[in-house]
Design a protein around this ligand. Sequence first.
Ligand SMILES: O=C(O)C[C@@H](Cc1ccccc1)[C@H](O)SCc1ccccc1
Ligand SMILES: [Zn+2]
Length: 165
Amino acid sequence: ILEILEFPDPRLRTKAKPVTDFGEELQQQIDDMFETMYAAPGIGLAATQVNIHKQFFVIDVSEDKSEPLVFINPEIVEKRGVEEMEEGCLSFPGVYAKVQRANEIVVKALDRHGKPFEIDTGELLAVCIQHENDHIEGKLFVDYLSPLKRNRIRKMLEKQQKQQQ
Ligand SMILES: O=C(O)C[C@@H](Cc1ccccc1)[C@H](O)SCc1ccccc1
Ligand SMILES: [Zn+2]
């Protein structure tokens, strides 16, 4: 289980680098991220959140952990429509906020063996891909909120973190 960075940790703002080596280290990191995501529990987890600054994330929106997906060096090549969803984030325990995102997207990425693939998807999977893709760009869902709301969330989490020290 990997430790998940919590806002306002500045490392969450790091821009991840493209993956070039698909060897053992990456394979182990992918397995560790799935284990961490399922344990959270969550339906997505980006490498940035566990302080690995490489461009990849894992997702599984299935009910029974049956559809693990790995997106490496992802590129969202098309966005259509708009939908609003109440989002959570493993880096913001207990924080939920409405975010508007495209409701249909086309994504190009590499799988864990470096093989290119493309998917055209919508609904929860599309929202999750956009949420995770933001993470590897150092963008967080609170960036879509007003500065007032973002500061309130920061103060609340800093208070929570002080109590845990
Ligand atoms: O990146 C993360 O922190 C994991 C996120 C992924 C996510 C956020 C918003 C909307 C969809 C996915 C969540 O912690 S996973 C928890 C969750 C579970 C069911 C539905 C929405 C979020
Ligand atoms: Zn998140």
